[in-house]
Design a binder for this molecule. Structure first.
Ligand code: C5P
Length: 243
């Protein structure tokens, strides 16, 4: 399947149309950004590691009854995916309080959140991704109440499945962001990616960070080792690809 027209040049991924009107090609680039794109570096093979990690996690979710946009991975950093009309909401699930939650609210870093928090942010860099609530989502016409409930339910199910899967690999799923879209039938499907770019992942023994937070903290020389570590832990030896 060949790339046709570039339809979205995101901060770290480029999306192209294909000959099939129901499929797109998503190219995972080696760019890494922080602070709404204010800081940007190129990290060797990052695109491939993220595409491979995302593919694995999408497959685990599919096996557990959660539909994703994944179709195929013809190259290590190139995904063929169902074409979706993306909903501009970042659905964030938090199992442990950290990051922006502790900066904005009186809650201690590391507090366990049970039940987990589901938060929805408006995906709009120019407004710095402000937090939404149900009324704002409906006023902006981003989703109906029924769809908000469906996004919440799906995000919690993804959390349940991935928390268990990652823990078996010695990784705590601290929090993560997912994005959804609608397919040609209007069905809400998990899109985008699930990778260390959009998750906080901690080693379950040492609590060391294994995700983009290292880059946010300026530890640029450690971040790719962390991504490789996540890859090595979640991909069985027989399935590993030499990059
Ligand atoms: O920064 P904050 O604590 O709100 O992030 C919560 C989770 O959502 C983190 O795992 C982070 O990686 C992810 N996130 C993201 N993209 C954003 C905002 C947050 O992937 N624009």
């Amino acid at each position: 399947m060949d790339k046709k027209e570039l339809i979205n040049n995101g901060k770290v991924k480029s999306v192209y149309t294909t000959d099939d009107e129901n499929a797109v090609i998503i190219e995972f680039r080696d760019d890494m950004t922080a602070g709404d794109g204010a800081r940007k570096e190129v990290m060797n093979k990052k695109g491939s590691y993220n595409a491979l990690i995302s593919t694995k996690l999408f497959k685990v979710l599919e096996e557990n009854g959660i539909k994703t946009q994944f179709i195929d991975l013809p190259e290590t950093n190139v995904m063929v995916a169902k074409k979706l009309e993306m909903i501009p909401i970042e659905v964030i699930v938090r199992n442990i309080a950290t990051g922006s939650l502790i900066r904005k609210y009186p809650i201690a870093d590391g507090t366990k959140l049970d039940p987990p928090i589901v938060q929805m942010d408006f995906k709009a860099d120019e407004f710095h991704d402000p937090m939404l609530n149900d009324s704002i989502i409906k006023a902006l016409g981003l989703a109906t109440q029924e769809e908000i409930d469906e996004l919440t339910e799906k995000a919690l199910k993804i959390n349940e499945v991935l928390s268990e899967f990652l823990l078996e690999a010695g990784i705590i799923l601290v929090d993560f962001k997912v994005e959804f879209g609608k397919d040609k039938n209007g069905e809400i499907i998990l899109g985008d990616e699930i990778s260390p770019d959009g998750c906080r992942l901690w080693d379950s023994e040492t609590l060391d960070m294994l995700d983009k937070e290292l880059f946010r903290k300026g530890k640029d020389n450690e971040v790719m080792d962390a991504y490789v570590e996540v890859y090595n832990r979640i991909i069985p030896d027989g399935e590993k690809i030499e990059l």
